[in-house]
Design a protein around this ligand. Structure first.
Ligand code: SAM
Length: 274
């Protein structure tokens, strides 16, 4: 998982920087405290720290090994003093944090058991006028042309159908959840992402298809499993070598604002800044 997240971050670094640039232009002021919800290996955390050089960035995740990677990467990039990691299970609620100017939840909110409750708690700890950004992937990344020259055409679509049938990445339109929590919508948009096929893209395809092979094995036919073995092996049919590889992805982005008047900010019933 960490390997896929790191490769995904490398592949989509330019997109995230561009997205954050647009968001920064919409902010009323430089954020002082930024929260990365379900930070993983820190794709967002590092981009946020880079984009907002005066902000304290708090990365929350329940996986200590992910947080350790974030700490190392932050040190390497010179952000060690203002990137803070918090190990917490968001299913138990948002940990106590300082008032937040900008919250970022990339590919993570659909993992949380009660996103309604989490966004309500987030609204409570947002600075008035603070911004929340949620991103999700509408479909898994795509790497293969329909007819890949081995196996029965449509392998990738069948893999994605197998993932969907297991509830992979299922999420609602977060606009309604944001509104119920008290936020007002600023923008919702869908971006198609295409990147050049280089060595990183090949390793990314190898890792993602390998996870599909392992994760959805019972839902795939023997022929599809054999084809995936060839694609994720190291021979001439492998995605590490084929010339017909493509890399396509997408992100849906929700941007919302906590329009509220100044007052006490509460989290789990305790006032943390009057
Ligand atoms: C798909 S990854 C996304 C990581 C990162 N935001 C990114 O864009 O690369 C989802 C992350 O959410 C974390 N996560 C899932 N459920 C969680 C929970 N209940 N509490 C805390 N973290 C959680 C996982 O550990 C994982 O790191």
């Amino acid at each position: 998982m960490a390997e896929v997240l790191d490769l995904d971050a490398e592949m989509h670094k330019g997109y995230v920087e561009q997205l954050l640039g647009g968001i920064a232009r919409q902010l009323a002021r430089e954020p002082r405290t930024v929260l990365d919800i379900g930070a993983g290996t820190g794709a967002g955390t590092l981009a946020l720290a880079r984009r907002f050089p005066h902000a304290e960035v708090v990365a929350v995740d329940r996986a200590p090994e992910m947080l350790a990677r974030i700490r190392k990467a932050s040190e390497r990039n010179g952000f060690g003093d203002r990137v803070h990691t918090v190990e917490a299970d968001l299913d138990a609620g948002l940990p106590t944090v300082d008032p937040i100017d900008l919250a970022w939840a990339a590919l993570s909110l659909h993992h949380v058991e009660d996103p309604d409750a989490l966004l309500r708690q987030l609204f409570e700890v947002m600075e008035p006028g603070g911004t929340v950004v949620i991103t999700e992937m509408e479909s898994q990344p795509r790497f293969l042309p329909d007819d890949i020259g081995i196996g029965t055409p449509g392998l990738e679509a069948r893999c994605h159908a197998a993932a969907a049938s297991r509830g992979w990445n299922r999420y609602p339109d977060w606009s309604d959840t944001l509104l119920r929590a008290g936020f007002e919508m600023v923008e919702k948009r869908h971006d198609e992402l295409g990147v050049d096929v280089d060595d990183t893209a090949r390793r990314y395809a190898h890792a993602v298809l390998g996870r599909m092979r392992a994760g959805f094995e019972p839902a795939l036919s023997g022929e599809d499993r054999d084809t995936l073995d060839l694609l994720t092996g190291h021979g001439p049919e492998s995605v590490l070598h084929r010339t017909d590889l493509v890399v396509r992805g997408d992100r849906t982005v929700w941007i919302a604002r906590a329009a509220k008047t100044h007052g006490s900010v509460m989290t789990h019933g305790s006032v943390i800044r009057p």
